[in-house]
Design a protein around this ligand. Structure first.
Ligand SMILES: [Zn+2]
Length: 80
């Protein structure tokens, strides 16, 4: 097993069950203030690095999107 596999597993695990937070317009995150209220998937790395992913109207929607997004990355990575 390579370290990339281990990192991928950790990332997959994170996106299967990410932190989801509600952000209000004007809240400051990486890349500038939030423009639309809603639920956002917290970045895997850290707050100073990447913008949260969203917005979504419910936590379920955010969770679904996070899981789907990870699977798309994963499939693209594994394409020949
Ligand atoms: Zn980042």
């Amino acid at each position: 097993m390579t370290s990339k596999d281990a990192a991928d597993r950790e990332l997959a695990h994170y996106f299967e069950n990410p932190e989801i937070l509600f952000w209000n317009v004007g809240d400051i995150v990486a890349g500038g203030p939030i423009k639309i209220d809603g639920y956002y998937v917290s970045p895997y790395c850290d707050w100073g690095c990447c913008r949260p992913y969203g917005p979504f109207t419910t936590t379920d929607e955010a969770l679904d999107a996070s899981q789907k997004r990870w699977r798309e990355w994963d499939e693209r990575d594994r394409a020949p």
